[in-house]
Write a protein that binds this ligand. Structure first.
Ligand code: FES
Ligand SMILES: [Fe+2]
Length: 343
C-alpha cells in the first residue's frame, strides 16, 4: 500500500503527521452522524462522514470525479450525492450511481478514499494511516461498560490551541485552586501532595491523592471530615487522557478527555463521561457543568507560548507538581515526536 502523505497546507511536520495519523482520533459523536454528509477535519485532512445502513463511512471530502467537496452535497437512501454531477457514494464509499451514464458499469476509480472507523464511548474514531504490521490501540475507558454506570457523551467544542497543550492542562493538578475555584476547587487549597506517574504500554497512569473536593462549588454536599480524594489518571498517548474521580461511598465519575487534533493550532474536544451516581439528574446539566470546567481552562490553553509543547525538558521551567506533565512530554518524546511540538 502506498505510504499515506500529509494533505496540502499541512500544519504538521511530515514525520509527526504520519506518526499521529497512525493513531485513532475521535472525529464526531455517533449520535451526530446521520445519512447526510457531515464535515470533520483531522490532522488537516478534510473528511466527509455519513451513515448508511448502520455503517459509518469516513472518507476524504473530495469527489473522485472533479474534486468538489461532498459535504456541499445531498443524500438519498442509497448514499451521499456530489452537488456537481450527481455521483452517489454508498457503503464503503463505493460509487453506486453516475447519473449521466446510468447503464454503464461504475469503475472502482470513482470510489471514495475511505479510512478505518471504530465506534467507542459514543464517538466515531478514525485512523488516517493504519499500519497493518503494528496496528494502533484504541484508548480504554474505565467503567464505561459497567453495570450501574450511566454513559454520557458531551457535545464537542473547539479550542484554538494545540491538542498537546490542552491534554497537558487536563493532567495538571496544580491549577485547580487557580482556575477551577468557581466550579469545584477551593482557592485556599493550593498545595499539591507528591504523586508518581507509572509508565504503561500506552503512556502512564497516575494516582493523585489530595483533599481537593470534586463536588460542585456551592453544592450542599460535603465529603466526610478528612476524606482523601483519589484522582486516577490514565494517559493514552498522544491525546487521550481519562480521569476517574473516587467520590465518597464508592461513587465514581470517569471523564475522558479526547483531544482531536484538527490542525496543529486547532483542537476539537470530545468528552465521554461515565458515572454511577446522580443518575436522576438530566444529562444536559452534566454537559453544562463539564463545559464550564473546560471553559475555565480555555484562556490558559489558547494563550500559552510556545503554542506547541516543548518536548525538550530544558526549554521550560518545572516545579514538583509537574510530574504528570514531565511524564507526558517524555512519553511523546519516546514515541518519536520531534521538534514539531515547539514553535
Ligand atoms: S465533481 Fe463530483 S460528480 Fe463531478
Ligand atoms: Fe483544568
Amino acid at each position: 500500500m502506498k505510504q499515506p502523505s500529509p494533505p496540502a497546507h499541512c500544519t504538521f511536520e511530515p514525520d509527526d503527521w504520519l506518526r499521529l495519523a497512525r493513531c485513532w482520533h475521535p472525529v464526531a459523536r455517533l449520535c451526530d452522524v446521520g445519512p447526510a454528509p457531515m464535515k470533520a477535519v483531522l490532522l488537516d485532512e478534510q473528511l466527509v462522514i455519513y451513515r448508511i445502513n448502520e455503517q459509518i463511512v469516513a472518507a476524504k471530502d473530495v469527489c473522485p470525479h472533479r474534486g468538489v467537496p461532498l459535504t456541499l452535497g445531498f443524500h438519498d437512501e442509497h448514499g451521499i450525492i456530489c452537488p456537481y454531477h450527481g455521483l452517489r457514494f454508498g457503503e464503503d464509499g463505493r460509487c453506486n450511481r453516475i447519473p449521466s451514464s446510468p447503464n454503464q458499469p461504475v469503475p472502482a476509480k470513482l470510489n471514495l478514499i475511505n479510512f478505518p472507523v471504530e465506534v467507542r464511548f459514543g464517538l466515531v474514531w478514525v485512523c488516517l494511516a493504519p499500519d497493518a504490521d503494528n496496528p494502533a490501540a484504541l484508548p480504554q475507558m474505565p467503567h464505561w461498560e459497567d453495570a450501574g454506570f450511566q454513559q454520557i457523551t458531551c457535545p464537542p467544542f473547539d479550542v484554538a490551541g494545540f491538542a498537546g497543550r490542552q491534554v497537558e492542562g487536563f493532567l495538571d493538578v496544580a491549577h485547580f485552586a487557580w482556575v477551577h475555584s468557581e466550579t469545584f476547587a477551593d482557592p485556599g487549597n493550593q498545595e499539591v501532595p507528591p504523586y508518581n506517574p507509572v509508565e504503561t504500554e500506552y503512556g502512564f497512569t497516575v494516582d493523585y491523592w489530595s483533599s481537593v473536593s470534586n463536588f460542585a462549588a456551592g453544592s450542599d454536599r460535603q465529603a466526610p471530615e478528612g476524606f482523601q480524594w483519589l484522582r486516577h489518571f490514565e494517559m493514552h498517548l498522544p491525546f487521550t487522557a481519562t480521569l476517574t474521580v473516587h467520590f465518597p461511598d464508592a461513587a465514581r465519575l470517569v471523564i475522558m478527555n479526547a483531544a482531536s487534533p484538527v490542525s496543529a493550532r486547532k483542537t476539537r474536544m470530545f468528552a465521554p463521561i461515565a458515572r454511577n451516581f446522580d443518575l436522576h439528574i438530566p444529562v444536559e446539566e452534566v454537559h453544562a457543568f463539564n463545559h464550564r470546567v473546560f471553559e475555565e481552562d480555555r484562556l490558559m490553553v489558547e494563550t500559552q507560548m510556545p503554542e506547541r509543547l516543548p518536548l525538550d525538558l530544558t526549554l521550560e521551567a518545572h516545579i514538583p507538581a509537574d510530574r504528570s506533565s514531565i511524564a507526558y512530554r517524555r512519553g511523546l518524546k519516546k514515541q518519536g515526536y520531534g521538534d514539531f511540538f515547539l514553535v
